[in-house]
Every structure is written in structure tokens, then in C-alpha cells.
Design a protein around this ligand. Structure first.
Ligand code: GLU
Length: 406
């Protein structure tokens, strides 16, 4: 077996040796490995005219061999991308819904924006539309806030203050569960509670920096930005969220000594961070990849944190459409009122769709249609069987030679 793999590698290496730099880059592109991939900086920087694959170091060559021996999670990325573009174009014609208007700044966003970005656990990327236009993350920051709280305090402590059930009510309903706690970490009350749990002893500047550092790690320092205008406008109009925070304060739901002012400030700041779909798909890919950034290989969140977060996302991430979404689409997701939806296919890929027109639940109309068509086409629903006949496409690599002997 070892000999066979070695032969494949040698053949791949021989084939690569005869190609020009441009040919290699074109081929990489068809595999979803893009020109800004930090794993191949040496290749991208090399001199086009005097290029030889022998100039690259062992790590670079091993990575190229891995790509061209079809060892990435989506081996036929080209066909996969074509199918995704087909879906995306169908979805683009849907202009239903309207932009969120309860936060003044969100009213002025152009509803025509549309972007889809995908990043696999092996760092294969796909981008469509306005994938480099920044938007406010709004509630798509909530899974990350939850992960940060879990990382610092652990699951048991965090869930002393937050439940694990869908609320069955609007995301900003002034309502708590029967224990007087937020229903879950992905609705407003629960997200405020997560903010209250993040470094409460530090100053607001330090706490916000701490959160931003996580986003920088998730996005390879490509984000986040900050939308000052949205922050200011939300701060002035977040009466319902303040009501919720005061209710929680009154019944002592928060940990002792919680400052509502600081908690609300951190919450609104986090919602006002800006990212592009390509960056948010990277964060989603890290959630899909057990907390490890596919490019830097940095372990950002523990396996336990990821398991807890994806579980809650599976049934609480899509407002009061979450049950329907779990049934029909069947993947962990989180949507935000800016029209972004983060989708995670565990152990395969992260996806971000952005289109500002929302349905009456507050979910992006095109985002929900994209997700629905995605799992109608590919067997990505949590409960799709990987064996037996299916009309769905399975694009992922299977480890047919896996050795389970202990
Ligand atoms: N900042 C928004 C709010 O608190 C987030 C809502 C959302 O995206 O779900 O209402």
C-alpha cells in the first residue's frame, strides 16, 4: 500500500515538473486553491520565467501533490463549483422580501447585493457576486460569541446562565425560559449573556479587542472591519434589547457585578463588525473543521466548543424558522438581519450567503433558497445516508482505504 501511494506521488510530481507556473496556477484554480492562498506563497511569488518546481520546498511540494492526487475533501471541485453556480444563478432571480428597517443604518443597504462564498476544510474556495463587499455581521456573530464564552468558561459554567432550547419566539422577544434564563445563545438575550461572560473583569476596549482577535484568527487577519454608523444608530435605537437586559438584571439572571452598559456596548459592537462573504465562509470553514483554520492550521476552538456550537446552530440558528430549516435543509446555520447566513457542513465546508432582502422571519430570502437547493442537490443534510441509492450528488472524498484496525 505504501508503495502504491509513493508511486502516485512520484507520478504526480513528474507530471507537475513538466508544467509552467501559469499552468500549475490554472490547475490549482480548478481545484479551488486560489491565488491568495497562504500555503503557496512561495509558488505565487516565484519568478514566472525561471520557474521550476524543484525550487519549491518540501512542504509546498507535498501540498501540491496532495491537491493533484485528488486528496482534498472535494476532489472534483470544478464540477462542484459549476453546480453551485447553477444554483446561485437560479436563486439570484428571486427578488422577494425587504431589507431590515428597525436599525436605521440597515435600511439604506442596497437590496440587490448578492454573494455566495464557500471554503472547504482543505481550503478550497468558491466566490460568486459581491464576495468582497463588507457588510455588518449582525447575528452571524452570535455563534462566535458563544464559542468564545465556551472557550473561556467551559460548557457547564456558560449554561448556568443560558438554556439550550429553541425559544419558538422572535429573536428579540422580551421573554425568558421557565428558569428565568435566555432560551439559547443564538437569540438576543442569550447573545447578550454570552457577551456578559466574555472577560467581564476587563475594560470594554480590552473585551472588544479580545473578540476581534478571534475574528482575525478566523479570517487570517483579513477582517473584521467596524461599521461605526451602524453601531451608533443601533445604540440609540436598541430599546427592546435594553428592556431585555434590564429584565435579566432585575431577576438576577446575569452573573454578579455585570455591567449592563458594558454588556450592551460589547453586544452592539460585535453586531456592528463587518466582514465579506469570503471571510465569513472562512470562519464557517473553521467551525466545519473542528475549530482548526484550514489555512493557518491554528486550533482556534476546541472540539467540545465546536460540537456544542454546531448542535445549537442546528436547531436555533434560523429564528423561528429553525425547526422547518432543520427538517428541510438539515445543516447548522446562523442568520443575521443584515441578510447574511453562515452555513456549516461539518467535516466538509463552511458557506456564507449574503443578500439583504429578508422574509418575515428575518432570514435572507435568497439565503434560505440557496441552502434549500444546496441540500436538495448534494447529500449534505445531517441525516442524508452516505450509503445506498440516492438521487443526490455526493461530492466529497471518501476514505475507502481507511484502516480501522486498532
Ligand atoms: N443587532 C441586532 C439586534 O440586536 C441583531 C439581530 C439579528 O441579526 O438577529 O436586534
Amino acid at each position: 500500500m505504501v508503495k502504491t501511494i509513493k508511486n502516485i506521488s512520484e507520478n504526480t510530481f513528474q507530471a507537475l515538473s513538466s508544467l509552467s507556473k501559469t499552468d500549475i496556477i490554472d490547475l490549482l484554480h480548478s481545484k479551488g486553491i486560489l491565488g491568495d492562498d497562504i500555503r503557496l506563497t512561495n509558488l505565487f511569488k516565484s519568478d514566472e520565467n525561471n520557474f521550476s518546481i524543484h525550487q519549491l520546498n518540501e512542504k509546498d511540494i507535498n501540498f501540491l501533490i496532495k491537491v493533484f492526487s485528488d486528496e482534498l475533501i472535494i476532489p472534483n471541485f470544478h464540477s462542484f463549483s459549476e453546480k453551485i453556480t447553477e444554483i446561485t444563478k437560479l436563486v439570484e432571480s428571486n427578488c422577494n422580501g425587504s431589507v431590515a428597517n428597525y436599525i436605521p443604518e440597515l435600511k439604506s443597504v442596497d437590496p440587490k447585493h448578492f454573494a455566495v462564498s464557500i471554503c472547504t476544510i482543505d481550503g478550497q474556495c468558491y466566490n460568486f457576486g459581491d464576495s468582497e463587499t463588507p457588510f455588518c455581521v449582525q447575528s452571524t456573530c452570535k455563534p462566535i460569541n458563544y464559542c468564545i464564552a465556551l472557550e473561556s468558561l467551559g460548557e457547564a459554567k456558560v449554561h448556568q446562565f443560558i438554556g439550550k432550547e429553541p425559544s419558538g419566539q422572535r429573536f428579540n422577544e422580551v421573554a425568558l425560559n421557565k428558569d428565568g434564563l435566555p432560551h439559547n445563545p443564538l437569540i438576543n438575550s442569550g447573545a447578550m449573556m454570552c457577551c456578559a461572560l466574555i472577560k467581564p473583569e476587563d475594560t470594554i476596549a480590552e473585551r472588544f479587542d479580545y473578540v476581534k482577535k478571534y475574528w482575525s484568527q478566523l479570517t487570517l487577519n483579513r477582517g473584521p472591519g467596524f461599521d461605526q454608523a451602524t453601531y451608533e444608530s443601533e445604540k440609540l435605537t436598541a430599546h427592546r434589547n435594553y428592556a431585555l437586559a434590564h429584565l435579566m438584571q432585575e431577576i438576577q439572571a446575569f452573573p454578579k457585578n455585570t455591567s449592563i452598559e458594558n454588556t450592551m456596548d460589547l453586544y452592539i459592537r460585535n453586531c456592528s463588525l463587518t466582514l465579506t462573504t469570503s471571510n465569513l465562509s472562512l470562519a464557517a470553514a473553521t467551525l466545519a473543521n473542528g475549530g482548526i483554520n484550514p489555512f493557518s492550521q491554528e486550533k482556534i476552538f476546541s472540539n467540545e466548543t465546536i460540537k456544542d456550537c454546531l448542535t445549537i446552530m442546528s436547531f436555533c440558528g434560523m429564528y423561528d424558522f429553525s425547526g422547518e430549516f432543520a427538517f428541510k435543509v438539515g445543516i447548522p446555520a446562523k442568520s443575521g438581519v443584515s441578510g447574511a447566513i453562515m452555513l456549516v457542513i461539518p467535516n466538509v465546508m463552511g458557506i456564507c450567503v449574503w443578500s439583504p432582502n429578508l422574509d418575515h422571519y428575518g432570514n435572507s430570502v435568497r439565503g434560505v433558497e440557496f441552502a434549500t437547493r444546496l441540500t436538495e442537490t448534494f447529500n449534505f443534510h445531517n441525516f442524508d445516508s452516505l450509503v445506498g441509492n440516492s438521487s443526490k450528488i455526493d461530492p466529497r472524498r471518501h476514505f475507502s482505504n481507511a484502516n480501522f484496525d486498532i
